[in-house]
Design a binder for this molecule. Sequence first.
Ligand code: PLP
Length: 435
Amino acid sequence: MLFYSTNHQAPEATLEKAVVKGLAEDRGLYMPARIKPLPQSFFDHIEQLSFQQIAFEVANCFFGEDIPADDLRRIVDDTLQFDCPVVRVEENLYSLELFHGPTLAFKDVGARFMARLLQYFIRKGGAAQQTVNVLVATSGDTGSAVANGFLGVDGIHVYVLYPKGKVSPIQECQFTTLGRNITAVEVDGVFDDCQRLVKSAFMDAELNEHMRLTSANSINVARFLPQAFYYFHAYAQMKRLGKADGLVVCVPSGNFGNICSALFGKRMGLPISRFIAANNANDIFFHYLQTGRYEPRASVQTIANAMDVGDPSNFARIVELYGHDHDAICADISGAAYSDEQIAQTIREVYAADGYMCDPHGACACRALREGLREGETGLFLETAHPAKFRDTVETIIGSSVSLPAALAAFMQGEKQSVPMSAAFADFKAYLLAQ
Ligand SMILES: *Cc1c(COP(=O)(O)O)cnc(C)c1O
């Protein structure tokens, strides 16, 4: 299958090129040339299939022309070594828990799939190929998902650049204690400095001659499309519960990659009646739905910080998917936006009423369903991270302690190792050239 750019000014790319390059030459995002619908028979029996079986059928629609079935099945099975269960929260309200992977957030699914797909292409290229170096800048969560997704994958080395003193201790230990093919680079600066160092590296001719560089950010098709897997799996679980009719799915959204993969799923025939995109105070998309105008602006800091995005990168994919038709977008998606105070109130209320602990991101989505569900509908919100990842915030809100899952506690035990780096590109370049 070929992939075209949302800016329509770059040549179509093969899957391999789209994965290795990430972004098209015209700075657009890659879109699959076709979205193949799954047959009705698949949905008739979906509740009898395992997560891996469902995910393989979905993956096959996008990657099946380029990757032999046995290899694709292995990549899917290897990626999904944990479940994404649906849990009842209250009458007609369910949570899709996406935090059972190694770093306890949904980004594990895409990061693990991308690592294995990249490894597949490296192996296919033959043993003579050089190591591929993945550079990723992180403000916290992306670095841990990418580092753990690529951990121990032959032929790939990952450099995680993070701002010194600006990520939480829980986040930091998830990429500084791994060792092996993961190097944490502690930059004396802010997140924007990390991002600038990475971008400069990609554009530096001498560096690219010396080593193979690639990025693993969320706009990569190999990170974005596999997120559709768990929407199909969630539907199968809701069908088993007899709750699949009138299903409304609510997604806490920042860069809109997660909800965008769900919209691809709907286009493939997944029977979800409508979507809600839940925002924090960064309500650019909410505003777009109301007015038809897309007005990006600087992000503001909130307690749901993974959604602090002022110019969502996947917006271009959504408008492309709907042929730039605002009415068509509004027919499938509605929006909601909440202040930190409202998020906190929801965490408190749901914990008191149902004994269910939301993280600040999931709480936005939970609230939107509690406010917006109509007669005859069933709501499913995405719990995109484990509440313990935001332990201090959640503990302050509910007034009791949040226990650390064993996986997180294990990271905290590890020995922290990182390479100190100034924010000057010349220093970072010299360091990479010496590797
Ligand atoms: C990244 C992230 C989000 C936002 O997802 P997008 O795909 O960028 O919309 C929401 N919640 C958590 C916990 C995240 O880490």
